[in-house]
Unconditional design. Structure first.
Length: 443
């Protein structure tokens, strides 16, 4: 099920990023902070009152023309209006109402989305009267907050979750594999989608998906059911401005939430960008299967028999947290290796659903410990009692030890590598959870 998206909009220096980061400080963040995942976030998964949602800091979305602040603000507000479920409009209570605030306020009044007006930097009783000035924006009752010290943050989040829409029913069939095709513009997402549908020929149905008016395409290949989640926007041309289409990160995040397997499409001639890494990091943290599709390989310059090897090594260096993701070199234009996509998707989906018996896992643990003994700290030795698999999609393993604080992340990575060497798990992240257990306890 897709998580609600909350977009934070507002002009520069009003405290958007402070609010975004403070929510993380207050430990509502549930983002997996694994080594290698980009720290420069534009998104954050959060939980409040048993509601899980994704927050977007629109200040972190890249725009080409940074010199024109008002134009950039309009674009960010349009993105939020198009894709977000709830919009938090942040203004500066110390600076007072500005022309730029009024401009964005006019736009937001015309949206059908819930808008929460947060008047930031209200950190003393003397400033509280300034909140009322913002009633003139016509966006309902303004909420005075001070993001820097968390004043009013709980009330703000209460208002945010109260505005969430009711969840739609999922259109995905039980035995169907859902695929999200993500990546920057002009990397060939639409061409890959068209090639997949054209090659497989058997289209079961085109029905509205749970994400607004996007179209999910259901098709069958080799007697396996697939659902393509439309992130390319190819059926929506003309509905939104091209600049907004170009920077609609939110659509990609929503599609990732709904997918089983994500196709991360990059242009062979351009490589991967920071924005790509952020979306790939979201797929990784969400526990989705990931396949890196290097498209337009037919026009890659000066190819030789080592080109794919070198390109793959560069990719691994750039996105180290996706070492497990298979890389496929394609050309949607010529059809090169397009037929392999559904085969690989099915393979990765199977890897995500793999279950390993506890007895087999503990044999692996014994072998791993004999090859590389657990670390010790201040004379205390880490003891691993046993490991068991708790879940699939992604595979989740619980490791019981004498003291979780003795488990260094490097040794945890060593155990993950042993799991992959023994069982594969290609294309899927693994979740390893360490729990304490006294030696005399019985399981």
């Amino acid at each position: 099920m897709s998580k609600p998206i909350v977009a934070i909009v507002g002009r520069p220096n009003v405290g958007k990023s402070t609010l975004f980061n403070q929510i993380g400080k207050r430990r509502v963040s549930i983002v997996d902070d694994m080594p290698g995942v980009t720290r420069d976030r534009i998104y954050m998964d959060a939980e409040w009152l048993n509601h899980t949602f994704t927050m977007i800091d629109t200040g972190g979305i890249e725009f080409e023309d940074d010199d024109h602040i008002l134009k950039s603000m309009r674009q960010q507000a349009l993105v939020a209006m198009e894709e977000a479920d709830v919009i938090v409009f942040v203004v500066d209570g110390r600076a007072g109402l500005t022309t730029a605030d009024e401009e964005v306020g006019r736009m937001l009044r015309n949206t059908k989305k819930p808008v929460i007006l947060a008047v930031n930097k209200i950190d003393s009783p003397q400033l509280e009267a300034g909140v009322y000035e913002f009633y003139s924006l016509g966006l309902g009752e303004p909420m005075g907050i001070a993001a820097s010290n968390s004043l009013g943050l709980g009330d703000l989040l209460d208002a945010v979750v109260a505005a969430f829409p009711e969840n739609d029913g999922e259109d995905k069939e039980e035995d169907e594999i859902s695929i999200a095709v993500i990546g920057r513009p002009n990397v060939g997402k639409s061409s890959i989608v068209n090639a997949l549908i054209g090659e497989n020929r058997v289209i079961v149905s085109n029905v509205p998906g749970t994400t607004r008016d996007a179209i999910d395409t259901h098709f069958v290949s080799d007697n396996i059911k697939f659902m393509l989640i439309d992130t390319a926007g190819m059926r929506r041309k003309g509905k939104i401005d091209e600049a907004i289409e170009r920077y609609s990160v939110m659509r990609s995040l929503r599609a990732v939430d709904r997918a089983d397997v994500v196709l991360m499409v990059i242009n062979a001639e351009e490589g991967i960008t920071e924005q790509d890494k952020k979306i790939a990091g979201y797929a990784h943290e969400s526990g989705k299967g990931v396949i890196i599709v290097v498209n337009k390989w037919d026009v890659f310059p000066d190819k030789d028999d080592k080109s794919t090897l070198r390109f793959t090594e560069d990719l691994r260096d750039e996105i180290g947290f996706l070492q497990y993701a298979p890389v496929l070199y394609t050309s949607a234009l010529t059809g090169q290796r397009i037929h392999r996509i559904t085969e690989l998707v099915k393979y990765v989906a199977d890897q995500q659903s793999m279950r390993i018996q506890t007895s087999v896992l503990n044999e692996l643990i014994r072998d791993a410990v004999s090859v590389n003994p657990p670390p010790s700290h201040r004379g205390k030795q880490l003891k691993i009692f046993f490991m068991t698999q708790a879940d699939i999609q992604p595979p989740k393993f619980i490791i019981f030890v004498n003291d979780p604080e003795l488990m260094h992340f490097s040794y945890l990575r060593f155990l993950e590598n042993r799991l992959r060497e023994s069982f594969g798990f290609e294309g899927t992240p693994l979740k390893l959870i360490v729990r304490g257990r006294k030696e005399e306890e019985d399981y």
